[in-house]
Design a binder for this molecule. Structure first.
Ligand SMILES: *Cc1c(COP(=O)(O)O)cnc(C)c1O
Length: 390
């Protein structure tokens, strides 16, 4: 056996050669949508902080006040002593916000999905998973030991056929409500109708819809006007580190299923609770999401401006009604070259490559935020036009 430090050198060299080696930047926030990237200011279109709440003073104030009362650490799992009155209040408010009976807060979205899917289904059951689902839904499916059937992205006929031929004891359909690399939505009413027809359950991950879509930012269930009665076969998950601007995630659904997750999701039981300051910052975030509707309006205006500005480029910009606006460039080298050319012009848009997206669809994942101004979007579009002609 090679020693540990030489064992991985060839694979790393291979990643480098395929232009797949990732590099982190040390990033700190500046004013508006400008980030200090390795100490250099860049106009950034890369954050999932879609409403611009990560730097919001009301959230920071709430966190500071919580530190005064609770300190900075939670000390234990929520099932031991890590669950505070702040977490308790947050869960009540989250459930009311999305219109479901009960919610359970997790320290990260990755932990929520990879812990809850295996708590719901097991060997002998079946999971029906959209081909573009997020990695943590995929890992949750693997951990469950259920039989996993992948259906082509948003292909309801394919899902219908798979559900029809399944004789599994329990059937769970899992999907992103808004797909993270394309920004397109899953047709939740159609998914629910299929689940009804084939007696299956639906698990939706609204990481990119919560705060952005629906009445008052209540997310994809509100956007699609899903009735509260759907909770009999629906479990809702949303993350709180994106539009909500803080960290963590929650599951929401009927009282008994949430109680079951609390009892059985291993990533809930065996992990230290998020600090109470996070819970208090999130309570403040919910109030801002609802009160500052202008943030969603700004986002919609910027989106229309960007879509108009991307017209006529030699690259495909698939339609998306969300803050995620991909520009498909194809091969990895082109994606990296365009990213670098933008960077030379002081603009930062991340190139997303396989395995995050399918091979041959390397892209710029442009994300908009209520922190952007019209002139920021114009600057990005002008730079892309210039790069396209070179
Ligand atoms: C970001 C994301 C997650 C993971 O959430 P974290 O809180 O970042 O761990 C889960 N699902 C989707 C669709 C995401 O985009």
């Amino acid at each position: 056996m090679p020693d540990l430090d030489t064992a991985f050198r060839p694979a790393l060299a291979d990643l480098e050669q395929k232009r797949l080696l990732r590099r982190r930047r040390a990033v700190s926030p500046g004013a508006d949508a400008v980030l200090q990237v390795d100490g250099v200011p860049r106009l950034a279109f890369c954050s999932n902080d879609y409403l611009g709440l990560a730097q919001h003073p009301a959230l920071a104030d709430a966190a500071r006040a919580a530190i005064a009362g609770y300190g900075v650490g939670s000390g234990a799992s929520p099932l031991v002593s890590g669950h505070s009155p702040a977490h308790e209040a947050l869960e009540r408010e989250l459930a009311a916000f999305v219109g479901l009976p009960r919610a359970l807060y997790f320290y990260a979205g990755y932990a929520a999905n990879s812990g809850c899917v295996p708590a719901l289904v097991e060997r002998g059951d079946a999971i029906f998973s959209d081909a573009l689902n997020h990695a943590c839904l995929i890992d949750g499916a693997r951990l469950s030991r259920a039989d996993v059937k992948v259906y082509a992205h948003n292909d309801m006929a394919a899902l219908d056929a798979l559900l029809r031929e399944s004789s599994a004891r329990r059937k769970l359909v899992t999907c992103d409500a808004v797909f993270s690399m394309d920004g397109d939505p899953a047709p939740i009413p159609e998914l629910l109708a299929l689940c009804e027809r084939h007696d299956a359950w639906l698990y939706v991950d609204d990481a990119h819809g919560f705060g952005v879509l629906g009445e008052g930012g209540r997310g994809s269930l509100s956007h699609w006007r899903v009735p509260a009665s759907a909770a009999s076969r629906l479990i809702y998950m949303a993350t709180l580190g994106k539009a909500a601007g803080v960290a963590g995630a929650f599951l929401a659904g009927g009282n008994a299923v949430i109680e079951w997750l609390l009892q059985r999701a291993r990533t809930y039981m065996f992990a230290t609770a998020a600090p109470a300051m996070i819970a208090e910052a999130l309570r403040a975030s919910l109030r801002v999401i609802e009160a500052e509707g202008w943030r969603r309006e700004r986002l919609a205006e910027l989106r229309e401006r960007l879509r108009a500005g991307l017209q006529g480029l030699p690259w495909h910009a698939p339609h998306s009604d969300t803050a995620i606006q991909p520009l498909i460039l194809g091969d990895n080298a082109t994606a990296l070259a365009v990213m670098a050319a933008l960077e030379e012009r002081g603009i930062w848009v991340p190139a997303i490559r396989p395995p995050t997206v399918p091979a041959g669809t390397a892209r710029l994942r442009i994300t908009l935020s209520a922190d952007h101004r019209a002139k920021d979007v114009d600057r990005l579009c002008a730079a892309l036009r210039e790069i396209a002609t070179q």
